[in-house]
Write a protein that binds this ligand. Structure first.
Ligand SMILES: *Cc1c(COP(=O)(O)O)cnc(C)c1O
Length: 356
């Protein structure tokens, strides 16, 4: 593979911290594996590719990403199969999306061989950190931020790209109570909603807090112009089963192109379930709940795979979704299928699984 031609400096920890971690009790995002991959961009080139012990960065107070937000990230997962081999799920899609985000934020892009080569070098080094307990995985966080020391508002000329990982346990998602947001917006046409840029998450926290104070778990974002059409829920894409069809908002510049969303759509099609990617109005959803044509609503994203909604709050009323047994729920079936696919338990007919 071309990645073997990469010069990656290796500096390993003298002693692993893995014994300090209880793999049967893994809170999300708190335990970090021994190493991280780092590369720096300057003079138009990525240099100093290295796998080093996970640890602090030093930075200058004028670091431009802290002031003007040129900061993007990705989220993906690795699993172990029964043979103990490490499997990544659609990593090239994360690489491509990271570069889409980079272009929108006027940042340097990452060549495929550096993203993939860094990922592979890191996962080989920390292979022991990939959990094999059912439902557990290694969460992978590639990200990039501007490193110029300069207070002018201008694209940075230097960047740092880093990948670190966290073993994560079963994400038990209780069915969510979500509120349709009619005042605040996450993104707008012409904006940056399709980019995984840090500022999008900062901007969503206050409206989410208000919803939580009102007793909801999460928001459903609506379009910025009319607040009539459903966009996303928190950091997940949103999907519905209406009249037995999988219905989901079409992606646009205000909706993030989730890898999970795309996977669920392709799996549904392969099962012969009709899929509609189009505008989904709030009226259609509320009417569908009331007349029984809408049978499921759920979020889709890497952290949870799918997360069913139990209640949708809209204009002060709470609408209950019907209870589905595990056997007749599409969300449950697709989650199980994706888990089996990602852990190598079933044949990968889509070509999504990449062995490290
Ligand atoms: C990351 C993210 C998603 C889900 O994307 P996946 O690739 O499926 O993890 C959806 N919406 C937003 C806003 C996100 O940040």
């Amino acid at each position: 593979m071309t990645t073997d031609l990469l010069q990656i400096e290796m500096q390993k920890v003298p002693q692993s911290r893995i014994k300090e971690v209880d793999f049967n009790n893994l809170p999300f995002g708190k335990h970090f594996a021994d190493h991280m991959f780092v590369a720096d961009y300057a003079d138009g080139q990525w240099t100093d590719l290295r796998v080093v012990p996970y640890g602090d960065f030093a930075f200058n107070p004028a670091l431009s990403s802290l002031h003007y937000g040129q900061s993007i990230f990705e989220g993906m997962k690795a699993y172990k199969n029964n043979e103990g081999e490490v499997l990544m799920f659609r990593p090239l899609d994360n690489w491509a999306r990271m570069n889409e985000s980079a272009k929108r934020m006027c940042m340097a892009t990452i060549p495929e061989e550096i993203f993939m080569g860094g990922l592979e070098a890191l996962l080989r080094t920390d292979a022991d950190w990939v959990p094999d307990q059912p439902g557990s995985s290694l969460y992978i966080r590639p990200y990039m931020f501007a490193t110029d020391v300069f207070l002018g508002v201008a694209p940075s000329k230097t960047y740092r790209f880093c990948i670190f990982t966290c073993p994560v346990g079963v994400y038990y998602s209780k069915p969510l109570k979500v509120k349709v947001e009619m005042e605040y917006i996450r993104s707008a046409p012409g904006g940056v909603g399709y980019a995984k840029c840090a500022g999008n998450y900062a901007g969503s926290m206050y409206p989410t807090l208000l919803a939580q104070q009102a007793g909801y778990d999460q928001l459903i974002w609506t379009d910025a112009t009319e607040h009539q059409y459903i966009e996303e829920s928190g950091t997940m894409n949103v999907m519905f089963i209406i009249d037995g069809k999988l219905v989901t908002p079409a992606t646009s510049d205000s909706i993030l192109r989730g890898v999970t969303r795309d996977s669920v759509v392709q799996i549904a099609r392969s099962w012969g379930i009709p899929v509609e990617e189009r505008n989904v109005s709030i009226t259609e959803v509320i009417d569908g709940i009331q007349n029984g044509r809408l049978t499921e609503a759920f979020g889709a994203g890497t952290a949870v795979v799918v997360s069913p909604f139990q209640v949708i709050g809209y204009n002060g009323n709470d609408y209950m979704l019907p209870e589905r047994s595990a056997t007749d729920s599409f969300a449950v079936r697709v989650k199980e299928y994706m888990t089996n696919l990602r852990t190598g338990k079933i044949a990968d007919e889509f070509g999504w699984v990449v062995k490290v």
